[in-house]
Design a protein around this ligand. Structure first.
Ligand SMILES: Nc1ncnc2c1ncn2[C@@H]1O[C@H](COP(=O)(O)OP(=O)(O)O)[C@@H](O)[C@H]1O
Ligand SMILES: CC(C)(COP(=O)(O)O)[C@@H](O)C(=O)NCCC(=O)O
Ligand SMILES: [K+]
Length: 258
């Protein structure tokens, strides 16, 4: 999965997830040399210090399923001889609109297949997105806002006095009396209040629907949500692999591997 912040990798043997990890984006020349390694059977076990297809060393023609929200990066990986690019047409959801992000479609499909429909996915990635589908796999809709890191970075980058901060696993004082806590408080409590509204509205329409959290900030967000809104506890799950479950479903049902 080519996301806006980084690449998300999963290695499947049959339909069993063996390993999952993230790497940075690679420049074109680097991608070319990675693919050369794969196709020549010389598989590096680490790239830039990240595990990379570790444990996998025999068959260089492992099929590669690609989903991407960065159009320019997709063709770089398509030079691999058994690359399959997953597009919205491959995803068995009804009522999608043409520009819906493939990550959102796959995550909500993966969530529905794993936790049942109807389902709401909250993806706390570069952007934070809500994506809901009903029990007929029909897209209800969703929303997009800047993710946690993006909110913090945009404050730091567009002001003279505000520093760049990262969030801790602890709720700040709402009524802060220092700058760092004031930023934390503003971003966290506003985000949580907004998320609460979306969840409450969703549960009103679809009582008992599971709500699946994914993306780089899912664990932190779940911690905050549990602390602030314990009544949502029974509905919330975190699953970092929703998109991979979606890709697996598409790959198996469409038999994309041929
Ligand atoms: N090592 C990391 N690199 C980048 N982002 C990270 C990392 N660890 C946690 N994060 C958090 O994950 C978020 C990005 O989520 P992710 O799901 O990786 O994004 P995307 O799918 O858009 O590439 C960032 O907002 C950041 O706060
Ligand atoms: C909203 C997104 C930027 C989220 O990307 P991410 O944060 O996961 O990298 C991506 O799903 C996207 O480009 N969507 C297209 C617009 C839409 O979904 O309506
Ligand atoms: K853009």
């Amino acid at each position: 999965m080519i996301g806006n912040s980084r690449l998300h990798w999963a290695w499947f043997a049959g339909d069993t997830l063996q390993d999952a990890w993230d790497t940075q984006h690679f420049p074109a020349a680097e991608v070319e040399s990675i693919i050369q390694h794969w196709t020549s059977g010389l598989l590096p076990t680490t790239i830039f210090g990240e595990p990379f297809l570790s444990g996998y060393s025999s068959n260089p023609y492992l099929p590669l399923y690609i989903a991407s929200v960065i159009p320019e990066q997709t063709p770089l990986w398509q030079t691999y001889p058994v690359a399959h690019v997953i597009t919205l047409e491959d995803v068995p959801l009804l009522g999608v609109y043409p520009t819906l992000g493939i990550d959102r479609a796959l995550a909500v499909l993966g969530a529905g297949e794993t936790y049942n429909y109807p389902v709401l996915v909250i993806d706390a990635g570069t952007a934070l997105t809500f994506t809901g589908v009903d029990d007929h796999r029909h897209l209800v809709g969703g929303a997009i806002l800047p993710g946690l890191k993006l909110q913090l970075e945009s404050l730091a980058h567009n002001t003279a006095a505000l520093p760049s901060i990262s969030l801790k696993r602890q709720l700040p004082n709402r009524w802060a009396i220092d700058t760092l806590t004031a930023i934390e408080s503003g971003v966290i409590y506003t985000l949580l209040a907004g998320i609460r509204e979306f969840i409450a509205d969703w549960l009103q329409r679809f009582p008992n629907s599971p709500i699946a959290l994914t993306g780089g900030d899912a664990d932190l967000l779940l911690y905050y949500l549990h602390s602030r809104y314990p009544k949502f506890y029974p509905y919330l799950v975190t699953d970092r692999h929703l998109i991979f479950w979606g890709i697996k479903f598409v790959a198996i049902t469409k038999n994309l591997a041929g």
